[in-house]
Design a protein around this ligand. Structure first.
Ligand SMILES: [Zn+2]
Length: 334
């Protein structure tokens, strides 16, 4: 029994990877694309372990010396390149260190796997440095690059990787998996909404107070729309919280408002528990304002990948949101 057996949304991707191995056509560089919490890391690690295993079947055997080293996180031929802290860049020194390692033969399995995660955290120098490795393939080495933001990777890197996209699973499939993990009922639906459909992320949010935090922010966001609160005050209050998460929540609410304007049915609505509030807000808001604000939120997401004053960015977004409720489009900030 493998952890992934229950994750049916990963099945076709796994079968593709395992058929590459069976046919001896393992890509030299594979870019795995999907939302945070969709299972990219689990898929890549399962594949890496399978590649390095000495007695593999459909999955790695779990018993050979290679599998034991892999499980102990001490496999010399499995190299993991990650930022030192979440959100930080992968410095060029890390890639230079990797290249120095690649000059040596694999120590153990005759094969080596490098996992770069999240790949978009490489800065320009790191990406340029990695490019040389991608241009001069080494038959022993498989590079796995993971990202939730492929648009943030240089075209030169994208063009040299085989790409595998993992879409968000069907809602019923994700809810069935969450129920197996002990999360069911309306709360599971809320968790899935907060995770923007990514099941592993939804499970991770189950015990960290995210549902309560979202409700608190949503309530303040509604007050802001009514003019009962100052954007600067709210931005300061929430500046310590993950800006990415706040932007994701707002994207999700605006998309639901657009859906609720277009149809009265709840189908496709990601926040069923907030639908009545969102419907009332949507009825009061010009549809063009909603699309403008959505564009602004998507631009903010990209800005968050770089160096930006997060509190100021949040304040600007909240001002935009408040004005979109009260003023003409022409007066909205650009
Ligand atoms: Zn094994």
């Amino acid at each position: 029994m493998n952890l992934m057996d229950d994750m049916h949304w990963l099945a076709t991707h796994w079968h593709r990877l395992s058929s590459h191995v069976r046919c001896g056509r393992v890509p030299q560089a594979l870019l795995i694309v999907g939302r945070i919490g969709i299972g990219k890391t689990l898929l890549a690690e399962t594949f890496s372990k399978r590649l390095l295993c000495r007695a593999p079947q459909e999955y790695a055997c779990g018993e050979c010396a290679s599998c034991r080293l892999f499980e102990a996180k001490t496999h010399p031929d499995f190299l993991r390149i990650e930022p030192e802290e979440t959100g930080k860049i992968i410095p060029v020194d890390a890639i230079r260190g990797l290249i120095a390692n690649l000059a040596l033969k694999p120590q153990y399995s005759g094969r080596r796997v490098v996992l770069i995660n999240p790949a978009q955290q490489m800065n320009v120098s790191s990406a340029n440095s990695l490019l040389k490795t991608l241009e001069e393939p080494d038959e022993h080495t498989t590079l796995l690059l993971l990202t939730d933001s492929p648009h943030a990777l240089p075209a030169t890197i994208l063009s040299r990787c085989q790409r595998m996209d993992i879409p968000v699973p069907d809602r019923a499939m994700a809810l069935a998996w969450l129920a197996k993990q002990g999360q069911d009922g309306s709360r599971a639906g809320v968790l899935l909404a907060l995770a923007r459909g990514a099941p592993l992320k939804a499970l991770g949010l189950a015990n960290d107070g995210s549902v309560e935090k979202r409700d608190e922010f949503f309530s303040a966001w509604c007050d802001l729309a009514k003019g009962g609160m100052e954007p600067a005050v709210l931005a300061e209050e929430w500046s310590k919280y993950s800006s990415e998460t706040l932007v994701d929540w707002m994207v999700c609410w605006i998309m639901d408002m657009i859906r609720l304007r277009a149809a009265t049915r709840m189908r496709g609505v990601e926040n069923p528990d907030l639908a009545e509030h969102l419907r009332i807000l949507a009825q009061k808001t010009n549809l063009r304002h909603l699309f403008r604000f959505l564009d602004r939120l998507n631009a903010a997401r990209k800005m968050l990948l770089g160096q930006v004053n997060r509190q100021l960015l949040l304040e600007e977004l909240l001002i935009h949101w408040q004005r979109s409720q009260t003023k003409d489009l022409i007066q909205l900030p650009k």
